[in-house]
Ligand binder design. Structure first.
Ligand code: WT7
Length: 693
């Protein structure tokens, strides 16, 4: 009865142990070269394993097996640790992932009535932790900080929740949040969930146009923002961006009554802020007047919790919808196990709440565990490359979760910025956003973690809600660059182009075989797109969009996106979105965008641009094209390179051959492959000639 997958996992139990561990670890620390990446094992130290939630492969296997053979029992035991106003119905979960059998529908704990804000705050307070610090907030400027205990956080959340109710926000209404990493950002998320409103956080690096697009899609009752923020040495005027977005939505018939604006005094005084009387309201003028208690809106486990837009392979962002009960259980559980969380830990995740990482692992997962979190407003290298380690020492951070791009950029600055601080509080490190290259892994492990701290390289997605493939620290040896094994309840499969499952050592497309509590339930307003994007490529499975291989020991190695999505500094950007921004420029006739390897960002954005007849290439035009992308999407989507293209390589049917463009972009000119099927093979030579213009 054991599934194929379980058999791969069983091979773990034969991994070597004992004395061999130490010598192997030494070899790793000394940087001795090993035969190959997959033979490169980094063993947990025994003291760590002993105290870990999951101390051995055997323990994992036991729990994992149960989670697969009895998902209902496994997850309802965990769900029972939370507060439910009413327990869920007879069916713990129901799912159909197979579009050939009908609509894809996933439900967990349906009929159960709960509230994620209550479980994150009131429940923690009721257990006696009301005076525990919930948030250590660190401002952009060193020395500028603040603290909130669980009691204080709840009061703040209730005041905002009461305000929102008072202005007419009801269960099921959307609220758009466009805030930087102030305490008010998690406060706003929790206030929404307390009253059953659906929050949609938009990363404060998105442009006015992107914000408008999201506002027009989800039609919120209220937008919550602040006037400005300092990031590094720059000041960003967020309220101006919101004003432009609201004007754009108004032009399209979506009118908003309320723009609640937090006065972020350290960046900008209210007197200097542009203001629309009647619509704009200062947070500080209204919210503190409301009572510090607020009744909870009990919601069904399947009621929506939030919407978060993410990029896909078309120009239109997708509104990923997560519901309440399953997401709550899943983020809390993954947080606890993947970081081996203990109540004495101080946890810092460097992600912004504008991305899924900030939803699941800044806000909900940690708070549901009663954790103390660090929220940092500023840039990680400000005022210098040692800031992260100053923060680690200042708050005695024990779990530090970040992205490979930050690891690589700090690695370039030199070890002295790290080693000048003690970092002795660190216990577990984490990585997310893209595959972490082994050399960055090693630096993170040896230099940052002083070879003491396991690294959880967590593979997951906006859509998955929480970790899918991740090390459990202390449970098994790591391999730098591998996300290792599936989390409880997750059955990853690797399929070939035809959608047939491949076993054993192999590579192919990464899919998931059955649902898990944290899975997204739909794309907002477009269930059909949900089904075609994720469930029709390989019928019967959820398709992640990632390539993956599995080695002889059953370890999973993610190899990057296989669709038209680029991963820049751990941010997902659709090539089609950048292309449509470029072609909106009046001088641009056509554009094709591909990803290229980038030393720090992982991937960079490389744009081939064909100009309108008669328009000459110029440096000004290049700048103006890049500006167009910044204005339409956000600075993080700006192309790193614009390649002038008299024509693009197309098949006779007019399809752009990106394979060839990728090779030209990465200058792998001897690997162009067959170009004879092109409508006009000579465009390739022209492109190569213009490569370094
Ligand atoms: C895509 C999801 C999940 C939070 C951050 C990004 C890539 C993410 C890893 C990892 C290899 C990773 C994948 C995935 N990715 N984490 N540990 N190893 N690849 O969320 O914007 O939804 O992007 O990020 O390609 O599909 P996202």
């Amino acid at each position: 009865k054991t599934s194929n997958h379980l058999r791969h996992v069983e091979s773990m139990s034969i991994l070597p142990s004992g004395a061999g561990r130490i010598s192997r670890l030494n070899a790793v620390i000394l940087g001795e070269s090993l035969a190959s990446e997959e033979d490169d094992l980094v063993f947990p130290n025994e003291a760590f394993s002993k105290q870990a939630h999951v101390p051995s492969p055997q323990k994992y296997l036991e729990m994992y097996t149960r989670s697969i053979e009895d998902p209902a029992g496994f997850w309802s035991d965990i769900a029972s640790e939370f507060y439910w106003k009413e327990r869920w119905g007879p069916l713990v979960y129901s799912q159909n992932l197979d579009i050939r059998k009908g609509n894809v529908e996933i439900e967990w704990f349906k009929g159960g009535m709960t509230n994620i804000c209550y479980n994150s705050l009131d429940r923690i307070i009721d257990s006696g932790d009301g005076d525990k610090v919930a948030i250590f907030w660190e401002g952009n400027e060193p020395g500028f900080d603040g603290t909130l205990t669980y009691n204080q956080l709840l009061s703040r959340v209730c005041q905002l929740a009461n305000y929102l109710k008072d202005v007419g926000v009801r269960k099921g209404d959307a609220v758009v949040i466009y805030l930087p990493m102030l305490m008010e950002l998690p406060i706003a998320m929790l206030a929404c969930s307390r009253i059953g409103a659906v929050h949609s956080v938009v990363f404060a690096g998105f442009s006015a146009e992107s914000l408008a697009q999201r506002i027009m899609d989800c039609k919120p009752k209220v937008v919550i923002t602040c006037n400005a923020v300092r990031r590094g040495s720059k000041v960003i005027y967020l309220k101006d961006i919101v004003d432009a977005a609201l004007a754009e939505s108004a032009r399209n018939g979506i009118l908003l009554d309320i723009c609640l604006t937090y006065e972020n005094e350290s960046a900008m005084k209210r007197e200097a802020t542009k203001w629309q009387e009647g619509r704009d309201i200062w947070w500080q003028d209204v919210v503190p007047q409301y009572p510090t208690t607020c009744a909870v809106e009990w919601v069904d486990a399947e009621d929506p919790l939030f919407l978060l837009y993410t990029s896909g392979s078309t120009g239109k962002p997708k509104g990923v919808l997560h519901t309440t009960g399953g997401y709550m259980v899943y983020t809390a559980t993954t947080f606890k196990y993947a970081f081996d969380y203990k109540p004495s830990d101080i946890y810092w995740c460097t992600a912004d709440c504008g991305w899924i990482t900030g939803h699941s692992y800044v806000t909900y997962g940690p708070l549901l565990n009663g954790a103390t979190i660090v929220v940092y407003e500023g840039a990680p290298n400000y005022p210098n490359a040692g800031r992260c380690w100053d923060i680690v020492d200042k708050y005695k951070v024990s779990i530090f979760y970040t992205a490979p791009t930050l690891v690589r950029s700090l690695m370039r600055e030199g070890d002295q910025y790290v080693t000048r601080n003690s970092r002795k509080s660190l216990r577990v490190l984490g990585s997310v956003g893209e595959p972490i290259n082994p050399s960055a892994w090693r630096w993170f492990f040896n230099v940052v973690g002083a070879a003491r701290c396991p690294i959880s390289d967590t593979w997951w997605q906006t859509e998955t809600g929480g970790f899918m493939i991740t090390p459990l620290p202390g449970a098994w040896p790591q391999k730098p660059g591998s996300a290792t094994f599936p989390f409880f309840g997750i059955q990853p499969v690797i399929v070939d182009e035809k959608g047939a499952e491949i076993e054993g050592e192999c590579s192919g497309y990464l899919c998931v075989k059955s649902s898990w509590p944290g899975a997204f339930r739909t794309l907002y307003g477009d269930h059909e797109r949900y089904e075609t994007t994720y469930f029709s490529t390989f019928p019967g499975y959820y398709f992640s969009g990632d390539g993956c291989s599995r080695d002889k020991d059953g370890y999973y190695w993610l190899t990057g996106r296989v669709d038209d999505v680029i991963n820049v500094s751990g941010h997902r950007i659709g090539t089609a979105e950048v292309e449509s921004a470029l072609v909106s420029h009046r001088h641009c006739a056509e554009a094709a965008v591909v990803g290229v390897e980038h030393e720090v960002k992982g991937q960079g954005i490389y744009a081939f641009v064909t100009l309108v007849e008669g328009i000459p290439y110029s440096e000004d035009l290049r700048r103006s094209l890049i500006l167009t992308v910044r204005n339409q999407i956000g600075a993080f989507a700006a192309p790193d390179k614009v390649h002038w293209a008299p024509g693009l390589p197309k098949t006779r049917s007019g399809k752009i051959m990106r394979r060839i463009l990728r090779k030209i972009a990465s200058r792998q000119l001897d690997e162009l492959g067959d170009t004879s099927t092109l409508a006009d093979p000579s465009v390739v030579d022209q492109l190569i000639k213009l490569a370094d213009c």
